[in-house]
Design a protein around this ligand. Structure first.
Ligand code: AMP
Ligand code: GLY
Length: 425
């Protein structure tokens, strides 16, 4: 089979490496891929949001299957366009991708179908939003409605901060059109869990749970980033909680989307918070998480290709989805200065890896046979081991064997999870 994967980050590298484990994956193309992905796929010129380029590539290379990984092309309707041309795809159509691309939509969906989430109000008018934060309980969370590269969420401790946040989104338009509508919601507390799931619109099968580390600096300090590291499974997410989430969150969401005439096919990502009142949805993503994928897919023992084909055909219920009992950790090596300003163009030296170690390249280009840094998040050093402490140690040992100037990583990925394990033990 010839497969086209749309996207070009660490997540896509992890997807491509996993797809390649199935011998039916005879050739993989990436649009656009990156300098590191080039070792595993044929990278094509173009952008991941260019729908005509994706259709042209699918036709030119006569591909049998397309995986659309990032949120923007999904929100733009790339799957709809490819399907209209007769290509089988993994990924939701535009009408279902809205579960991520509009927070107002997802909050209203949860309210309508009784899915637990933070209480909230939605505003289109600045004066109404300002009046609301004048009187609501503090702290409060102000969110831009649309996609904002994971940066459109501001946690405000004071009324002044909340007013500033509302003004920055609605008046100063710091997130452009994404801030035309804002959602102001209750501040929740508790450990966060990411649960990625496969769903064909009827059946939903959760993958191994995981925990992201979104802040730039150790001890959850610094700015929010796309994610500085992950561990899986998440020790806070017990089998009892998994059962509760299936019953109160996962199945109701899949059924709600179907009832709304927006059946969701692809990977639905549940961002959950385990609050003292039980698990609640913080956000939905219409795609695999990055860098969650880099710890979840190494634990998948079944064929990813088979599962993705089953999702696209609607036969997920008859397909084996098996995860290993082991643990995984991924440490992101970023360019110093990320998520703000950083320099790029530094050569990367990669070590040889063992079977349970993986290096997923996120931001690098090839130049004269050399791999050079080109992004904020440069790569992920991931390792699988029999238990979480060993996986964390191994991932850091791998990260420490990788070199490029200005490299930066958090040194505490997995610490909170390890603490949870100790409390249990
Ligand atoms: P989101 O983009 O909606 O996932 O939000 C980004 C991050 O902000 C989440 O991973 C949480 O850490 C935090 N966050 C979002 N909503 C809330 C909330 N209602 N209460 C507390 N923290 C939140
Ligand atoms: N790691 C968070 C996300 O992919 O949205």
């Amino acid at each position: 089979m010839k497969i086209l994967v749309v996207g070009g980050g660490g997540r896509e590298h992890a997807i491509i490496k996993k797809l390649k484990e199935d011998e039916r994956a005879e050739k993989i193309y990436a649009l656009p891929g990156n300098g590191g992905i080039a070792a595993d796929a044929v990278c094509l010129e173009g952008s991941a949001t260019d729908i005509s380029a994706a259709i042209a590539a699918a036709k030119r290379y006569d591909v049998d299957f397309v995986v659309v990984a990032p949120d923007d092309p999904l929100a733009l309707g790339m799957v709809d366009a490819l399907e209209a041309e007769g290509f089988a795809c993994f990924g939701p159509q535009k009408s279902a991708a809205v579960i991520e691309s509009s927070k107002a939509f997802s909050k209203d969906l949860m309210k309508k179908y009784g899915i637990p989430t933070a209480s909230y109000e939605t505003f289109n008018a600045l004066d109404k939003a300002l009046a609301y934060v004048e009187s609501c309980p503090m702290p409060v969370v102000v969110k831009a409605d649309g996609l904002a590269l994971g940066k459109g969420v501001l946690i405000c401790e004071t009324r002044e901060a909340a007013q500033k946040a509302v003004r920055s989104m609605m008046e100063d338009r710091v997130f452009g059109d994404s801030g035309t509508t804002v959602v102001v919601e209750e501040f929740l507390t508790g450990p966060e869990v990411s649960v990625l799931s496969f769903t064909d619109g009827e059946t939903v099968i959760p993958m191994a749970s995981s925990m992201d580390h979104k802040r730039a600096l150790d001890g959850d300090q610094g700015l929010n980033t796309g994610g500085m590291g992950t561990i899986a499974p998440n020790p806070y997410y017990t089998p009892a909680l998994a059962g509760e989430c299936m019953e109160k969150i996962f199945l109701p969401t899949i059924r709600a989307m179907k009832a709304e005439g927006r059946p969701f096919k692809g990977c639905l990502y549940f961002g959950l918070m385990l609050t003292p009142q039980g698990p609640k949805v913080i956000e939905y993503n219409c795609r695999f998480g990055d860098p969650e994928t880099q710890v979840v897919l190494p634990l998948l023992e079944s064929s990813l290709l088979e599962i993705m084909l089953a999702v696209s055909r609607g036969s997920l219920a008859d397909t084996e989805v098996k995860f290993s009992e082991k643990s995984a950790c991924c440490v992101i090596l970023a360019s110093k200065g990320y998520p703000e300003k950083y320099e790029k163009g530094f050569p990367i030296t990669l070590p040889a890896t063992e079977a349970d170690e993986r290096i997923y390249i996120a931001g690098a280009t090839q130049s004269d046979g050399k791999l050079l840094t080109s992004g904020g998040r440069v790569l992920g050093a991931a390792a699988v081991a029999g238990n979480l402490p060993a996986a964390v140690e191994k991932a850091y040992a791998l990260a420490d064997r990788i070199h490029f100037d200005n490299a930066y990583c958090r040194r505490d990925i997995g610490r909170r999870a390890l603490k949870a394990l100790k409390c249990e033990g």
